[in-house]
Design a protein around this ligand. Structure first.
Ligand SMILES: Nc1ncnc2c1ncn2[C@@H]1O[C@H](COP(=O)(O)OP(=O)(O)OP(=O)(O)O)[C@@H](O)[C@H]1O
Ligand SMILES: [Mg+2]
Length: 292
């Protein structure tokens, strides 16, 4: 039985087509990343899975049930956008209120606080929490119902690198227990170690679907804008390094390197001093654009 089985999901808001025939299948124990830029449709898809919004067309089933029935019956939990809490109450009091409202909540509050790394700050008022601590509390709230499917909208937003790793570790632990997780992000770098599979959404369409290894293998060469101490020399070296192309026709120097090839260039003893002035990481085009 799939944790999520969505097929041909369409959602329109007046003239905006937020989702255009999106398919998604997630197995128990799978961590699926929804990746895409602002306005791609990630939150709308999560809202539909959470049963907060109805699709205009298509079908959605969570553990073989419609989303509206699933939360209570099939233990589905999560959050979209910024979850809200009472700022004048402590983290623990907020969770106690939520557990009271949701009488089916099964996981003990102390265990949940421990799990998200908030036990030592549980008595502090929420108003004093950092954005990373709020994100953790939101995950704690989702864990209260001991879910089998977790739907998390940008769970790494606002976290520092250590926080991203901690939340990633927590998600992997849950997946190892058989929990299916769907999470959204703009940043592939933040979630590539957490997710087993990705769906890349762009302008409402699922333009790519597959494993992280397949995504890496298909990623086009990345372009790096560099500032160097000697552009002419850096360009000449690039010409002599397999898999690396240099271009100094614009402002500064741009190197386009196939995956793993930039290291060979960087490790040369005669490479001039340089620093990155930016890079591109999104796949330039979809490899499986739907033609429906
Ligand atoms: N309630 C709404 N009313 C009107 N348009 C909406 C509504 N919700 C979403 N949209 C539109 O649907 C599209 C998808 O929005 P959505 O919030 O799902 O994107 P997203 O991928 O989550 O973006 P972000 O990364 O900025 O959170 C956008 O064009 C948005 O303006
Ligand atoms: Mg969003």
């Amino acid at each position: 039985m799939a944790a999520v089985r969505a097929s041909g999901v369409v959602k329109r808001f007046e003239s905006t087509c937020a989702l255009d025939r999106v398919d998604l299948v997630v197995a128990p124990g799978e961590v699926r990343g929804l990746l895409g830029p602002n306005g791609a449709g990630k939150t709308t898809l999560l809202r539909i899975l959470l049963g907060l919004v109805r699709p205009d067309a298509g079908s959605v089933e969570l553990f073989d049930r419609p989303p509206a029935q699933a939360p209570a019956l099939a233990r589905v939990a999560g959050f979209v956008e910024e979850p809200s809490f009472y700022p004048y109450l402590s983290g623990r009091a907020n969770l106690e209120l939520l557990a009271e409202l949701d009488r089916g909540a099964g996981a003990p509050i102390e265990r949940v606080l421990e799990r998200v790394g908030l036990a030592s700050r549980a008595v502090d008022r929420l108003a004093g929490y950092s954005s990373g601590m709020r994100q953790r509390l939101a995950i704690a709230a989702a864990l209260l119902g001991d879910p089998r499917l977790l739907l998390l909208d940008e769970p790494t937003a606002g976290l520092d690198p250590a926080g991203v790793r901690e939340v990633g570790g927590l998600i992997r632990e849950l997946a190892a227990d058989g929990v299916a997780v769907v999470l959204s992000s703009h940043q592939i770098s933040e979630v590539q170690d957490v997710c087993d599979t990705f769906t890349i959404v762009r302008r409402g369409r699922a333009v790519w679907d597959g494993t992280v290894a397949a995504l890496r293998a298909q990623a086009p060469a990345s372009a790096f804008a560099l500032e160097t101490s000697d552009d002419a020399h850096a360009l000449a070296l690039a010409a002599r390094t397999p898999g690396v192309r240099g271009d100094a026709s614009g402002r500064g120097l741009t190197l386009t390197a196939e995956r793993g090839r930039l290291d060979a260039y960087r490790s040369r003893s005669d490479t001039p001093a340089w620093r990155s002035a930016g890079s591109s990481c999104w796949p330039a085009r979809s490899s499986r654009c739907s033609s429906r």
